[in-house]
Design a protein around this ligand. Sequence first.
Ligand code: HEM
Length: 284
Amino acid sequence: MTVPRQDIDSAHPSWHGAQMDFSQSMSYGDYLDLDHLLSAQHPLSTEHNEMLFIIQHQTSELWMKLMLHELLAARGCIQRDQVEPALKMLARVSRIMEQLLQSWAVLSTLTPSEYSQFRHYLGSSSGFQSHQYRQIEFVLGNKNASLVAPHVHHPERRKAVEDALNAPSLYDEVLMLLARRGFQISPQRIARDWTQPTQYDESVEAAWLRVYADPNACWDLYALAEKLVDVEDAFRQWRFRHLTTVERIIGFKRGTGGTAGVSYLRKMLEVVLFPELWRMRTAL
Ligand code: HEM
């Protein structure tokens, strides 16, 4: 159906009162810089399915950008003893993770035959080189200095990844908060080399046991612990869905990033971000 000219003419704004003329004011597309965003998809092949692959990765990177924004802000709040706003931010992080989890369903429509038609165009690029993903892992305490290497050729990304490596993780900040609140945390746990991954510490488990034994005594810490468990729970599921989707699409081929592929991703399922919060559940 053709829309009558007078319905789209700004002189006759008859479409439910909506503004129609943006020659003098900012529109939706201007605010969101959509020309930029929607022209950032550059398939290298002529294969129909490459667009899905690109958009799946780009949207994941956008959600990761928001996740990092929230995680860094939550860490700042904890540093300043502001637990309540951090709870809200961590709730959002879990929802973003759940959103990413759901998105695997779209990618699982890509069959091995479809992927193999453009896989060789990817060269050696792989999600393994995602600088935002690496920052998220580091902010969550899964530190590994050797994983800065894929970013050294790009000064800005390198700095962002190194900053995340060198700073205390979100969980480190939470444990410093516990110490400030009078829990006995071993001094070597809260004054350690921040570039090292989180390791189980008995004094931390004992502190969480006290929090969970009497939640009413420090409800905010109890709620914070549960938010951290929510984040790790969702992250574990994301890792698992990635692994399953990858196995479904490439079987046991090597990854474009050079690892053994599925067996590397399976190994990553063993990562535990907040060990004491899981271990204390047995003792409770
Ligand atoms: C056809 C789809 C996909 C395949 C076949 C695939 C395959 C792989 C493989 C084999 C690895 C191990 C590293 C390597 O050797 O390349 C990997 C790592 C990774 N992929 Fe994917 N992937 C796919 C989609 C995605 C998507 C949509 C994302 C979202 C951003 C993603 C993010 C990552 C990340 C962050 C890593 C690093 C994981 C870690 O180091 O723990 N992948 N991928």
